[in-house]
Design a binder for this molecule. Structure first.
Ligand code: UD2
Length: 317
């Protein structure tokens, strides 16, 4: 049985990824500092004898070294991060520490302890607002936030180690991930977590702009599967890969689906567009398909319905 380290395990994507790995008969050591993660997210994982939970900061090299000494990791999924773009503007030093320095330190531990596979959580944010559509990995990245800059810099460090030492660094650029356990707590949380939370509570939703902006929404179940494939497939080429559906969906189209699910009340406020908001974002999924044979399987309407109807954990495929 192979053992994997997952950092950011108690987060939204982390907890789903841990469950996916356990379902593949892997052992998982899950690390989180609970800065933005929640232990409740690991309720299911913690019932597994093959899961071990560790409260630690992924950037704490001494604490991580102990884990690398104790286990022979077949791979590391590094998801721990400062996840809020606005927070990265307010706290650039912390952004550097959590989004770049921690990735570098994890990568060096992988090299030292001969763990060849490192899957890194990057972001579509690296493309910036003006990139040609669909976003292709070959585009010149134009980060427009400290967050995007650190994610891009971390990719570059890891791919440098890949070229220098043979690290199998798979940098996954997630597009707009949605699904159960996404925290709706901040105005900058994922739009679908906010809309779902508010509509469930009978509260009005606000659309910034005309609602014609589009996003490539991908279900967290698909993202967890992509992470699992990237960690466990025998052969990979180090590189940067979009994790996307290839489909753009407008907020107005999203609201039409909500309308079916909440037929009685759907008060929508339209407000001015957010400064710096991207108009259209859509990834080209081809490279990851070539690497892993991966393509997103959850149709958006189905994924949204499952999210809204409180998709129970027992129903999970
Ligand atoms: C996503 C990422 C962000 C960064 C960015 C890079 C998420 C949650 N955020 O931001 O981390 O990578 O891409 O481009 O994945 N909106 C509303 N009403 C609301 C909330 C949002 O209309 O109550 C709009 C918002 O103005 C935007 C769209 O919905 O046009 C999506 O917003 P978002 O915050 O979910 O994600 P995005 O793409 O701006």
């Amino acid at each position: 049985m192979q053992t994997f380290l997952v950092t950011g395990a108690a987060g939204f994507i982390g907890s789903h990824s841990v469950e996916g790995l356990l379902a593949r008969d892997c052992r998982v050591i899950g690390v989180d500092n609970l800065r933005t993660g929640h232990l409740e997210n690991l309720e299911i994982a913690r019932t597994s004898p093959h899961f071990m939970w560790v409260l630690a900061d992924a950037g704490d090299e001494a604490a991580m070294r102990v884990l690398f000494e104790q286990h022979r990791f077949a791979g590391v999924l590094h998801l721990a991060a400062l996840v809020s773009v606005p927070e990265s503007f307010r706290e650039p030093a912390l952004n550097y520490q959590l989004n770049l320095a921690a990735a570098d330190s994890i990568a060096r531990l992988c090299l030292e302890f001969e763990c060849r596979r490192l899957v890194f959580a990057s972001s579509a944010a690296v493309y910036g607002a003006d990139a040609a559509l669909p976003n292709r990995e070959s585009a010149i990245p134009q980060p427009q936030s400290p967050y995007a800059a650190a994610k891009l810099a971390a990719e570059v460090m890891l791919l440098g180690y890949a070229a220098s030492y043979g690290l199998e660094a798979v940098c996954l650029r997630y597009f707009n991930v949605y699904g159960p356990r996404q925290d709706p707590g901040s105005p900058y949380s994922g739009v679908l977590s906010i809309f779902t939370d508010r509509l469930r509570n009978g509260l009005p939703v606000t659309v910034y702009g005309d609602g014609e902006q589009t996003r490539d929404f991908i279900s967290v179940r698909d993202v967890a599967r992509a992470n699992g494939e990237a960690l466990t497939q025998a052969q990979v080429a180090a590189g940067r890969y979009n994790v996307s559906t290839g489909q753009g969906i407008s907020l107005n189209e999203v609201l039409a689906i909500y309308q079916e699910l909440f037929p009685n009340t759907l008060p929508i406020n339209y407000a001015v567009a957010r400064i710096g908001d991207i108009r259209h974002s859509r990834g080209d999924p081809e490279q990851l398909r070539n690497l892993l044979g991966f393509s997103a399987q959850t149709p958006f309407a189905q994924g949204l319905r499952e999210l809204v109807l409180g998709y129970s954990e027992e129903n999970r495929a």
